[in-house]
Design a protein around this ligand. Structure first.
Ligand code: PNS
Length: 181
């Protein structure tokens, strides 16, 4: 019987985007068990708490039975040892991502030589989607629908007290004609 391959998909997920979920779906199809691991980093100031970030990921990941969501602190390699993971999964959207990702993979390999990092390419429809851009757009009143799960979009609009204007002619828009709601 072959061993079960446990992979960790780590990140800040502040907040989760549909691009991240595309990666989770790809990883879930390749590995036996995937742990989406949310970094709890006391030196950074994320927009959302680790609890919120984990909650939205858990809701979104319900559709994949071999995916769990957890949080970690400290070195990723220590968390990988703790969980007995053999693989780290990272998404690469474009070449600009690659150098930094390669450096991180090489450092992790230095610290934990048997840990393998696997890069998965994002689907082109998500190549431009990042948590930071989504936050910027939402903070300026832009529409982030379709880029993040609906409940995350609502949380972003609430956090920034900004909502995008309702689409013209869309009477069914739940935000109402004034864009408030
Ligand atoms: O979504 P992000 O912010 O690009 O994810 C970065 C993350 C969480 C994978 C990376 O910062 C990380 O692994 N942090 C944990 C601390 C650590 O192990 N640092 C050395 C990595 S080379």
């Amino acid at each position: 019987m072959s061993a079960v391959t446990l992979a960790i998909y780590p990140g800040s997920f502040d907040p989760v985007t549909n691009g991240h979920l595309d990666l989770v779906e790809q990883a879930a199809a390749v590995f036996d068990h995937v742990i989406v691991a949310v970094l709890q980093n006391p030196t950074k100031s994320p927009l959302f708490t680790v609890g919120e970030r984990v909650h939205w990921l858990r809701n979104a990941a319900r559709r994949w039975p071999n995916v769990e969501v957890d949080q970690f602190q400290g070195l990723l390699v220590d968390y990988a040892r703790l969980r007995g993971a053999a693989v780290i999964v990272r998404g690469v959207r474009e070449m600009a991502d690659f150098e930094a990702e390669r450096r991180m993979a090489q450092m992790n390999r230095h610290l934990h030589p048997s840990l393998v990092t696997v890069f998965l390419p994002s689907h082109s429809q998500y190549a431009y989607v990042s948590s930071s851009l989504v936050k910027e757009v939402a903070s300026l009143g832009g529409d982030v629908g379709g880029l993040v799960p609906d409940e995350v979009a609502e949380a972003l609009y609430a956090r920034f007290a900004q909502r995008p204007p309702a689409a013209e002619g869309s009477e069914s828009n739940p935000r109402g004609p004034s864009g408030a709601g």
